[in-house]
Design a protein around this ligand. Structure first.
Ligand code: AHR
Length: 550
């Protein structure tokens, strides 16, 4: 018997011996067993991070409306966005990209706004942007929103800044200077004085720094060996100013193991790299291929955000579910070099990527509508991170507003929260909690994938404990079946349980400016029976249970 399987069986046998045999109610379709005594690790709040790039309608229209706007704003930042972000306790925000980051000169975005240069935005190369030519900051970056404005945005929302440095087209010295601008003490350097002149005498104390973005692609088209050598140059010396910097390397697209192996092989070969600030390895995973295994063509395999069938529904969930394997494989590969696992995974871009056509405004490059299907994708992804709390240090949903897997859609004076916002609200209780082992036993979903039988798991989710409160989140992917679910808590007694559910009758359901609450959570009945809780998990839903432990 494989060692891992043996240990798992031994643990389960031990749990049964301590807590008594599992006798499940006859009327339930599925069982969930929460092993409170089996901690996995603390769920880093930073797993619940967000991403904002200078692309389409994210910064201009989404975040930034300008100080003279009639739209309610705080120092130029959309007030409603700030208020909503505070509700879900956004811990960290990544900026300024994305691909934009490796074309961005941070010096363009500081100093008096009227003197900031207008530049060509990275995304003008995108066919979606071509039609916008000569129009708006989506093509010609005004630099009205720069480092000061971003840090202000973070402070207003209570989030930490995570800056992505330009490795493709700026030098390591300019990287050092950006750190100096942000972190050097009041009055200490010329850059601290530039910062003070803008009204920020005290340092920003930025801790998280990305060293390039997608360096295998838009960030320079490097080989892993070339990137490793650039990474050394950029990280060999960076001024500290008493801030414990955390450097995040540009990791693979999806599960590209070759990129990870070759980078670490090169980095850890002679002369050995020993920079303890290197704490994160980024991974990007977008779910886009609903091509039913027939094609991997980027343009032909993407589906519509609103017009899709049941097979597309399951295919999209299946794509997102690949995250579990990615996390395991990348972690194992990194562990061959970083044997103590000091470097954690940073999944700083994830979410579904649908074909264009549902954006609110032509200027919203990669803008798309967000349905209940996207909410399930987000929920199962967050559950994956929670279950792997010891491996995933940070994650950012791509992106916060008006782009891909948005939590918010905004145009001019109109604003709405998408179903994804509600998922983040439901999952916020996991932040900083101790993830605990949870076993799911539910009949698989079966569906016809173009004439062939296909399967997907029946129920999955994650559980965590903070003090006497246990939080369980669960996804039911089945489009038609509610699942009578019995939940047993091992190792603690239950005093009370409350539930909440995000579901919709129609799989295409989404929020619009006219119907902003078409998809929103509602209470879910949870019956406590001794050490069990019984709930009915609706079809196509995300549920959250909050259980008070005795
Ligand atoms: O999120 C949109 C883009 O997708 C990002 O700029 C890039 O990093 C990724 O390819």
């Amino acid at each position: 018997m494989e060692r891992r399987q043996f240990l798992k069986n031994a643990v389960i046998a031990g749990a049964a011996a301590v807590c008594g045999p599992r006798v499940w109610g006859k009327s339930s379709d599925a069982h969930i067993e929460i092993l409170v005594g089996e901690p996995i690790g603390e769920i880093s709040p930073n797993i619940y991070g967000q991403f904002t790039e200078h692309i389409g309608g994210v910064i201009y229209d989404g975040v930034w409306v300008g100080q003279n706007s009639k739209i309610p704003n705080l120092y130029g930042i959309r007030t409603e966005l700030v208020e909503r972000m505070k509700q879900i306790h956004v811990p960290v925000i990544r900026w300024p990209g994305g691909c934009f980051a490796d074309s961005y000169d941070w010096k363009d975005g500081v100093g008096p706004t009227s003197k900031r240069p207008r530049r060509t935005n990275f995304w003008e190369v995108d066919p979606d942007a071509a039609r916008l030519h000569e129009k708006g900051p989506q093509v010609f970056e005004s630099n009205e929103f720069g480092t000061n404005e971003f840090v202000r945005f973070c402070r207003l929302t209570g989030a930490q800044p995570y800056l992505a440095a330009n490795l493709r087209s700026l030098s390591p010295l300019e990287f050092d200077h950006w750190v100096e601008y942000c972190n050097s003490p009041a009055g200490s350097t010329a850059l601290a004085e530039v910062r003070a002149a803008a009204g920020f005498a005290e340092p920003f104390q930025v801790r998280y720094w990305g060293v390039g973005n997608e360096s295998w692609g838009c960030g320079g088209n490097f080989t892993p060996e070339q990137y490793a050598s650039e990474f050394r140059r950029f990280t060999s010396w960076i001024p500290r100013y008493g801030v414990e910097l955390e450097l995040i390397g540009s990791g693979p697209s999806d599960n590209d193991i070759d990129w990870t192996h070759r980078f670490f092989e090169q980095l850890y070969s002679s002369p050995a790299y020993d920079n303890r600030s290197f704490t994160g390895w980024s991974v990007h995973h977008y779910s886009w291929n609903v091509g039913r295994g027939k094609t991997n063509d980027w343009n032909r395999s993407k589906g519509d955000a609103l017009q899709f069938d049941a097979v597309d529904w399951y295919e999209m969930l299946r794509e997102a579910n690949r995250m579990e394997q990615i996390v395991h494989d990348q972690w194992a590969a990194m562990g061959q070099y970083d044997v103590d696992h000091r470097i954690k995974l940073v999944v700083d871009e994830y979410g579904p990527w649908h074909r264009e056509g549902t954006e609110l405004d032509p200027s919203h490059i990669f803008g798309q509508q967000i349905t209940i299907r996207d909410a399930l994708v987000t929920a199962l992804t967050l559950d994956t991170f929670n279950r792997n709390a010891e491996k995933v240090g940070m994650a950012m949903c791509a992106q916060l507003v008006n782009n891909l897997n948005a939590l918010f859609l905004a145009h001019e004076d109109r604003f709405l929260a998408t179903p994804n916002f509600h998922v983040f609200a439901m999952y916020a209780a996991h932040q900083g909690a101790q993830a605990v082992r949870v076993e799911f036993s539910a009949p698989e979903v079966q569906y016809q994938r173009d004439g062939k039988q296909a399967r997907f798991w029946g129920l999955n989710g994650s559980a965590s404990r903070k003090g006497n409160v246990l939080t369980l989140t669960v996804v039911n992917p089945d489009l038609s079946k509610a699942i009578e679910t019995e939940i047993a808590i091992r190792g603690a007694s239950i005093t009370q349980a409350t539930g909440i559910v995000l579901a919709a009758q129609d799989m295409h359901a989404h929020n619009t400016f006219d119907q902003p609450d078409a998809v929103k959570p509602s209470p879910l009945a949870a019956a406590v029976n001794g050490d069990r809780v019984n709930v009915s998990t609706p079809a196509a839903s995300v549920i959250k249970l909050e259980v008070s432990l005795g």
